[in-house]
Write a protein that binds this ligand. Structure first.
Ligand code: COA
Length: 148
């Protein structure tokens, strides 16, 4: 399969908005301007990575950001019809490499306790469950961590 993993550039923005809107119910009601605020408003330094099909369609995305030498990943998604082909794993690897290059020793992420697919996926990739915590919107979320 012809797939490219690359840093976000402006040509990908329409596709990134679309995948975010369709993958995350917290983003599904946002308009274009609000989605752009979400995309551009992540904690810095940060980087979006995009998976693009040979036809140029955005088929996956992830955001990596750092806070006080700790790495965070969020907004990982792979379009349903492209799942199970290793794209999610490669996106996480790209994000971790970015975080390592910014001197992070660990990467953290939050996942909803009901999201069994994501929990299984991250477990396969070697993430440990650090237990329940609260998200910024005070929702119960699991904190996962991996040393990098
Ligand atoms: C989670 C997600 C990104 C995985 O992407 P993907 O491209 O299908 O994952 P990969 O093909 O790279 O899988 C990597 C490993 O995880 C495992 N895995 C993936 N989905 C799984 C599932 N539903 N159940 C169990 N294991 C799973 C794979 O078997 C693979 O392990 P292997 O290499 O030993 O076979 C994708 O399911 C998705 O976009 N989900 C919706 C959005 C979401 O929930 N994002 C996470 C928010 S925290």
């Amino acid at each position: 399969m012809d797939i490219e993993i690359k840093k976000l550039d402006e040509n990908d923005r329409v596709g990134l908005r679309d995948i975010l809107k369709n993958s995350f119910d917290t983003l599904s009601t946002l308009d274009t301007l609000e989605l752009d605020c979400y995309i551009d408003g992540q904690q810095r330094p940060c980087q979006w990575f995009i998976a693009r099909s040979g036809q140029g369609q955005v088929i996956g995305c992830i955001n990596a950001s750092t806070r006080s030498n700790e790495g965070y990943i969020n907004s990982l998604s792979v379009r349903e019809e492209f799942r199970g082909r290793g794209i999610g794993r490669i996106l996480v690897q790209k994000a971790c490499n970015f975080l390592k290059s910014h001197d992070c020793k660990s990467v953290f992420l939050y996942v909803r306790p009901s999201n069994n697919t994501a929990k299984n996926f991250y477990e396969k990739l070697g993430f440990d469950n650090c237990g329940l915590t609260k998200s910024q919107s005070l929702e119960d979320v699991l904190l996962l961590r991996k040393k990098i």
